[in-house]
Design a protein around this ligand. Structure first.
Ligand code: UDX
Length: 440
């Protein structure tokens, strides 16, 4: 199949590369010429395990190419994926400007019957708008059908997820279109669920909102655990043994970040609001998430009193491990608040420092290693559970001015921490106050 993928952000690039890997001829289109040049050499603009490798392999096999030229790309295409961004508007709704622009480009340049597949996460009903825009702007006598095919990839394991996902959802206006998209995806060997377009659009939002709800739920349980002396990790294991609950997405911490959950939860609240429905539960989920970061800072303030003039090490900046993505990362707000309160912040992340420099407040200093950040600090805050951070020797914390560790991701075993001279606070677990020295 000749496939065009418009937009080489996270979703578009991974989709294009994966489709090429299973044998399709894929051309990826982006308006950013510098990025296209880089990708044509097999260099991925994002950090994602295995992505560079697969890009190079499929470029060499002539199954994958990159261009800025829509006209050229759409010439042969039988299937066109829309994978451009839907950023958040001021009011939390999804901005569909990029998607509509692509719909117009398709209408102008498409030369043969085609199926347009929306991968971008779009509010329910958007595919009808896309259909409308394309059909009213078509310049040639060709048939264009629309399919909604939401993605469920996790950053950091997107390639793995492309080949081992739980389901592929196809929402189509005709059986023929659904069958063609099913056929394209057959080599992945993943179960396909076919439905109508609006239900497919809703499945994406409902799935992300549900996962975000699980996280906020366990975070609230963790806050209660701290007060009643229970351990949220044991609670989550005990809950997860019930198959109806499942053991995933029950890790308490400082809340969810990233490009999907924060944006999609707010967009779904908007979508509901637009049809006069007050999605109270989801509003609670969003509020709990916001509050969870503040609780971490409260713990710090409680222990050190004034933050002013204190050297605070922040370990882990990306919104989660195995990515350099800083979108909606807790580190953005946390470091800003620390700096605003007069702290000297020294940050470290195994991969995301380059991106972090662009988004964190400029007063934040960066260390070359975790140990450099930790040394002489008055407190360490852990925001991302990278393996490198989980594997740190706790003895390092004894090189601090005062060994206070506030772990927002439960990276360390409590028994282990009890063996060291330090004060360790995590989320929803008993604090370790193993100090033989006193604060002066
Ligand atoms: C998510 C969805 O998992 C994916 O299906 C969708 O397509 C895009 O959004 P992603 O944002 O890459 O993927 O990351 P994910 O691994 O789901 O984590 C999202 C956030 O939730 C991270 O900040 C993570 O730290 C947090 N999280 C996740 C928790 O705090 N606790 C958990 O138990 C799981």
């Amino acid at each position: 199949m000749y496939i065009a993928v418009v937009g080489t952000g996270y979703v578009g690039l991974v989709t294009g590369v994966s489709l090429a890997e299973v044998g399709h001829r894929v051309v990826c289109i982006d308006i950013d010429a510098a990025k296209v040049k880089k990708m044509s050499k097999g260099i991925s603009p994002i950090y994602e395990p295995s992505l560079d490798e697969l890009m190079k392999k499929n470029l060499t096999a002539n199954r994958l190419s990159f261009t800025t030229d829509h006209q050229e790309a759409f010439k042969e295409s039988e299937v066109i994926y829309i994978a451009v961004g839907t950023p958040e508007n001021e009011d939390g709704s999804a901005n569909l400007g990029f998607v509509e622009r692509v719909a117009i480009d398709i209408a102008k340049h498409v030369r043969k019957d085609a199926i347009v597949v929306t991968k971008s996460t779009v509010p329910v009903g958007t595919n009808d708008t896309i259909k409308q825009v394309i059909r009213t702007n078509l310049v040639r006598d060709v048939k264009v059908e629309i399919v909604s095919n939401p993605e469920f990839l996790r950053e950091g394991s997107a390639i793995h997820d492309s080949f081992h996902g739980d389901r592929i959802v196809i929402g189509a206006e005709s059986e023929r279109a659904a069958d063609i998209i099913e056929e394209i995806n057959r080599p992945f060997g993943i179960p396909v669920y076919k439905t109508d377009i609006r239900s497919a659009e809703m499945i994406k939002y409902a799935s992300n909102a549900f996962l975000a709800t699980k996280i906020s739920f366990i975070n609230e349980i963790s806050n209660i655990c701290e007060r009643v002396g229970a351990n949220v990790e044991d609670v989550a294991i005990g809950m997860g043994l019930d198959h109806r609950i499942g053991n995933q997405f029950l890790n308490a911490g400082i809340g969810y970040g990233g490009s999907c959950f924060p944006k999609d939860t707010k967009a779904l609240i908007q979508i509901a609001g637009n049809v006069d429905y007050d999605f109270e539960l989801l509003k609670g989920v969003v509020n709990v998430n916001k509050h969870q970061q503040q609780l971490l800072l409260n713990k710090l303030k409680e222990r050190v009193g004034s933050i002013e003039g204190k050297r605070i090490a922040v370990l882990g900046l990306a919104f989660k491990p195995n990515t350099d993505d800083m979108r909606e990362a807790a580190s953005i707000r946390v470091t800003e608040e620390l700096v605003n309160n007069g702290a000297f912040v020294v940050a470290y992340d195994p991969v995301a420092m380059e991106k972090a420099r662009q988004v964190l407040v400029p007063q934040v200093a960066f260390a070359n290693s975790a140990s450099e950040a930790i040394k002489n600090s008055d407190a360490v805050l852990i925001l991302t559970e990278w393996d490198e951070i989980k594997e740190l020797d706790p003895e390092l914390f004894e090189t601090m001015a005062y060994p206070l560790v506030i772990d927002g991701r439960n990276c360390f075993d409590l028994e282990l921490m009890r063996k060291y001279r330090l004060e360790y606070h995590s989320v929803g677990r008993p604090a370790v106050r193993n100090m033989l020295i006193t604060r002066n």
